[in-house]
Ligand binder design. Structure first.
Ligand code: FES
Length: 88
């Protein structure tokens, strides 16, 4: 099913069978934001669920690996919130 989800409030179109990461990259969104200094930080790196670089926040749900998670209509996504790690 195709449709739109939201990245930091901005609508992003997805195609049938696309993952969240694929739709974001196709929309030109490569910086997924990881303000807490994780490496690899805030981007799709491995594409197979191993590096955690693509984890994004989901409104009212647990964070997901965007490279593995199918896009769904109406999802509200954004960068993970800062944890404060490394900001002393
Ligand atoms: S890109 Fe590595 S877990 Fe998604």
């Amino acid at each position: 099913m195709s449709g739109h989800f939201f990245w930091s409030g901005m609508p992003v179109a997805f195609l049938p069978g696309e993952t969240i990461a694929a739709a974001l990259l196709r929309a030109g969104i490569a910086d997924l934001g990881r303000p807490d200094g994780h490496l690899p930080g805030g981007r799709v790196f491995c594409g197979i669920g191993a590096c955690q670089g693509c984890v994004v926040a989901v409104e009212d749900a647990a964070p997901v690996e965007s490279c593995l998670t199918p896009a769904q209509e109406g999802l509200r996504l954004g960068p993970l919130p800062a944890t404060g790690a490394g900001h002393d």
